[in-house]
Write a protein that binds this ligand. Structure first.
Ligand code: AMP
Length: 512
């Protein structure tokens, strides 16, 4: 077994080191994936052994494959005919876009397996979805509202469910899905394997995880601060009325070839896209009021390059996985610091570099400071643009002084992306919420302070990614971990398993 050392205290396997069956290995090879991301390395082995799993990770970490691959393998290894309306695995996620992406992942990784997949989500007619349920399926990806409707109408039953995945649980909470989730959870069979993923762990999410998981393994990945470090960030002070002109002037540069612009409201998204259309033809908006078909068309246009600029609201952008975004522009500053990290995480994916520009007017001072606290560093100021607002910056300095905060080192003007990239991050910056451990009983926890590895797929094939941070191994030198899965022992003596069995031996599933 190959096992390379990545840093003095971290070892990570290749996919070929993991006990994965050949059809999955081959699907991974055809995608060009050789190295599991940290969440994949942490999740796949225990999931193959039937353990419940809690992953603190956000989009871009490779979390979808982390649960899709083991579920596919376990389903394949205990074959059963697809039954009408009764899936064996259910993945609940917050948005239609994410549902489509998760379905795509299952289809890609499981393309050579004799398994059937379907997705159901709102905003589109239900009859094609009813048809695919009725035809029989193994894996169902669903948004909570539509699933509940279909269950209420008798089109879907969870009685045969063996695997339950709750993806982006914190976003579900934000979007008001908690009552629907609780009703669905009440219908789950007691004997099942549960997988719970969330970027942050606020108390209601922690409570929900506690009620769903048993004897679970925890892996925490990518504190938001770390993701943000990969993106060259700058802030431009500008008066509200000049934001559109500033955006136009930025878009004059050819370097801005695939640009995601965030605005706060659906109305604002449409208005901005419309007003820019005259100057930049390849622009459109995506938000929750558009039909599913229209959203998918816009998204496809942005993916394949027909659109150069996409104006989006936070909810609509959730789960967007588009390669090659060169710039993320915060036209309106996000209201929550978490939102900032999610937004800028849309660029600098898959090994690419990326830039973010935040347009901050005098009223957005608080948001800027909260963001800086979250990411653990000051966002460098770029004054080298025609709409720099000395008034807005003055306001920030005044408010800083009046709030008695330590004076910042904003004195040195920066210009352009290079200067922006130089802002160093404090190691171990805030990001407390994402890092906070889940206090479930009988669990084991692995934390990866993963920087370069934050966005799944950023490492060039064949090159080991660099993982900073401390990963304790259970196995000592005489009993070397066979595929690099390591975990911390909790004080109660429980731990995640680091043992491995070859793919031929099949899964040894937990009995309940
Ligand atoms: P996710 O966090 O699941 O949204 O995945 C983020 C992106 O990383 C997707 O485009 C995946 O296809 C890609 N990806 C996932 N796992 C890997 C891997 N091991 N190597 C390279 N890219 C990956």
């Amino acid at each position: 077994m190959t096992m390379s050392k990545i840093s003095s205290n971290t070892e990570f396997p290749l996919f070929s080191d993991l006990p994965l069956i050949e059809p999955i290995q081959s699907a991974l090879r055809s995608k060009g994936y050789t190295i599991p991301t940290p969440i994949q390395a942490g999740a796949i082995p225990p999931l193959l052994e039937g353990r419940d799993f809690l992953g603190c990770a956000q989009t871009g970490t490779g979390k979808t494959a982390a649960f899709a691959i083991p579920i596919l393998q376990l389903l394949h290894q205990s074959p059963a005919k697809a039954v009408s309306g009764a899936p064996r695995a259910l993945v609940l996620c917050p948005t239609r876009e994410l549902a489509v992406q998760i379905l795509e992942s299952f289809t890609n990784y499981g393309k050579s397996l004799r398994l059937r997949f379907a997705a159901v989500f709102g905003g589109v007619g239900q009859s094609p979805q009813v048809t695919s349920l009725t035809r029989g399926l193994h894996v169902l990806v669903a948004t909570p509202g539509r699933l509940q409707d279909l269950m209420d109408q008798g089109h879907c039953s969870l009685s045969r469910l063996e695997f339950f995945v709750l993806d982006e649980a914190d976003r579900m909470l934000d979007m008001g899905f908690m009552p629907a989730i609780k009703r669905i959870v009440a219908k789950l069979p007691k004997q099942r394997q549960s997988i719970f993923l969330s970027a942050t762990m606020p108390p209601p999410i922690e409570e929900l995880a506690g009620s769903l998981l048993r004897d679970h393994v925890t892996v925490m990945i990518t504190p938001p601060a770390t993701t943000a470090q990969k993106v060259a960030q700058r802030v431009m002070f500008v008066d509200k009325d000049n934001k559109r002109k500033l955006l136009e002037s930025l878009l004059e540069s050819n370097a801005f070839s695939k640009v995601l612009v965030f605005v706060r409201t659906k109305y604002g998204a449409d208005r901005l896209a419309k007003s820019l259309k005259s100057s930049t033809m390849m622009i459109d908006a995506i938000h929750g009021d558009k039909s599913q078909g229209a959203r998918q068309r816009v998204l496809n246009g942005f993916k394949d390059g027909a659109l150069r600029v996409l104006v989006a609201t936070d909810v609509a952008a959730r789960g967007i996985d588009v390669e090659g975004i060169t710039h993320v522009i915060n036209y309106d500053m996000p209201l929550e610091p978490d939102g900032y990290v999610h937004r800028i995480g849309r660029t600098a994916r898959a090994g690419a570099t990326g830039e973010s520009i935040s347009m901050c007017d005098a009223e957005e001072f608080q948001q800027l400071r909260q963001i800086e606290r979250e990411i653990g560093k000051r966002v460098p100021v770029d004054r080298n643009h025609p709409y720099h607002s000395a008034d807005a910056e003055e306001e920030v300095i005044k408010r800083d002084a009046s709030s008695g905060r330590k004076k910042t080192s904003r004195g040195r003007p920066t210009s352009g992306p290079r200067a922006a990239a130089s802002g160093g991050a404090k190691s171990g910056g805030p990001a407390g919420r994402a890092r906070k451990g889940f206090k479930g009983s009988k669990s084991s926890t692995t934390s990866y302070a993963s920087g370069a590895a934050a966005a799944g797929g950023e490492a060039a094939p064949g090159r080991r990614r660099s993982i900073s941070g401390k990963v304790k191994k259970i196995n000592n030198s005489t009993s070397k971990p066979q595929y690099g899965y390591s975990a911390e022992r909790k004080p109660d003596g429980t731990s995640s398993s680091g043992s491995s069995r070859g793919p031929s031996s099949g899964p040894k599933r937990k009995k309940r």
